[in-house]
Design a protein around this ligand. Structure first.
Ligand SMILES: Nc1ccn([C@@H]2O[C@H](COP(=O)(O)OP(=O)(O)OP(=O)(O)O)[C@@H](O)[C@H]2O)c(=O)n1
Length: 418
């Protein structure tokens, strides 16, 4: 069945079919939508099933059906109202009877830009809360105080600000602030889904800045919040405190790679600066080693995949080497790059963190000679394989011989580059 046939069947049974949520938002923005969600008014669960016997009832808490449309499976939820009656994201009283209107269904939603519906048969846009206007003005705005019924919406609002490059209006920021205590109860998996989407945006800093403005950054990102107000040497860091630097590094990384776990590694690389004793400021000697357990703690709190944790802790431990690579002993360069290659960050990820670190100082186009030479150095090292070991060494000794041959190749490359 195609969508029009489904809409006509629903209309003939006395109901109405609407496209809702992100699909309408993206269409109005002139973007193609990823997944399409539909809302059905005027039909009960039994009536829907009578007309679409092959629909699969997917929801347990409320009626939502899956149905193939033009070869793709789409979701059809019956219009419903929701009222919070107890804690947790399942503690809602739900009414999904056929009398619920599309306007009532939109009212339970988080943001005006998501509280839009498109009548599939007439193409009429239902916009009771000014969502089109907010899309036009690039504003993230809560539909109502019912925003506070789901604390995940704090992260959703910050995430939409980042992915759409919108700004959050003050009343919504105040609602986000009011949900502070409830954020602790969110599952790490749900928070991580939002973080991942935010990291995928062109300017992920917007997400963290929005949380900071709402006074909730420390709930899940305490190690990042601790960087606020931390002084750094002005000569190297004209941008300001360690938090500002981190935000600039994060955005620089987003311009260099699509890999979100590398962007996350860039986010955490300096967390050690948050625990430098104040009397040592603006120096942060040893912040790499201090940062490793902090980076790990942050990853554990968010229950990140182990690859993310390994990449983040590696970047934290090793990022300073990117600034002294040219004067490191060749054998140390070999060790660093081999370790980077074994790590999920990879040599290319390490280069991104190094380059971003150079650019996160009010200099988005700063050259990074060390990071730039990494690629050439890595090719030089890789070109030396086991065949280069001419002695009959085995095991550990073989490895040591290979390491020395590679170090010699690094030295030879340096001599040629001089
Ligand atoms: N905590 C939530 C989650 C979702 N929604 C509503 O449910 C719709 C669908 O949610 P979802 O698929 O998670 O998000 P989208 O808005 O479609 O955006 P994206 O696909 O980018 O996540 C949203 O548009 C919004 O109207 C909500 O009000 N509150």
């Amino acid at each position: 069945m195609n969508l029009r046939e489904i809409a006509q069947t629903i209309a003939a049974a006395g109901g109405r079919l609407y496209l809702v949520g992100g699909g309408v938002r993206d269409q109005i923005r002139g973007h193609s939508a990823k997944d399409l969600d539909f809302c059905v008014t005027g039909l009960s669960t039994e009536q829907f099933w009578t007309h679409f016997p092959n629909a699969f009832l997917a929801g347990r808490a409320f009626p939502v059906f899956r149905l193939p449309v033009d070869g793709h499976v789409a979701e059809f939820a019956l219009a419903r109202t929701e009222h919070k009656i107890s804690v947790g994201h399942r503690g809602f009283q739900i009414n999904a009877s056929e009398g619920v209107t599309i306007e009532q269904d939109l009212e339970r939603r988080d943001l005006t830009i998501n509280a839009l519906a498109l009548d599939v048969l007439t193409n009429e846009v239902i916009d009771p809360f000014g969502g089109q206007n907010d899309i036009h003005n690039r504003v993230v705005r809560a539909v109502s105080d019912a925003f506070a019924e789901d604390p995940l919406r704090v992260y959703r609002a910050a995430r939409f600000a980042a992915t759409l490059d919108f700004h959050i209006e003050p009343r919504t920021t105040a609602l986000m602030r009011s949900l502070r205590d409830e954020l602790y109860a969110l599952s790490a998996e749900r928070v991580f889904e939002e973080v991942k989407k935010a990291l995928g945006s062109a300017r992920p800093s917007v997400f963290f800045m929005a949380l900071k403005t709402a006074g909730v950054l420390d709930v899940h990102f305490g190690e990042i919040a601790s960087l606020v107000g931390v002084l750094q040497p002005e000569k190297y860091h004209p941008e300001g405190d360690a938090f500002e630097h981190t935000m600039q590094v994060l955005d620089a990384s987003a311009r260099l790679t699509e890999r979100v776990e590398v962007r996350f590694a860039a986010l955490v690389h300096d967390v050690g600066k948050g625990v430098t004793p104040r009397e040592k400021w603006p120096s942060h000697h040893g912040h790499e080693a201090l940062g490793v357990p902090l980076a790990r703690r942050l990853c554990q709190r968010l229950k990140l995949p182990s690859k993310w944790t390994e990449a983040a802790t590696f970047a934290t431990a090793e990022h300073m080497k990117m600034h002294i690579l040219h004067r490191m002993k060749p054998v140390k360069v070999v060790d660093l790059l081999m370790a980077a290659q074994r790590n999920p960050l990879g040599v290319e990820g390490l280069a991104v963190v190094g380059m971003s670190d150079d650019r996160g100082r009010n200099s988005p186009n700063a050259p990074s000679p060390n990071a730039a030479s990494l690629d050439a150095l890595w090719r030089v090292i890789q070109a030396v394989n086991g065949a280069a070991v001419t002695t009959d060494a085995i095991g550990k000794q073989f490895g040591e011989e290979l390491r020395k041959k590679r170090a010699a190749a690094v030295q030879a490359w340096r001599n040629r580059e001089k």
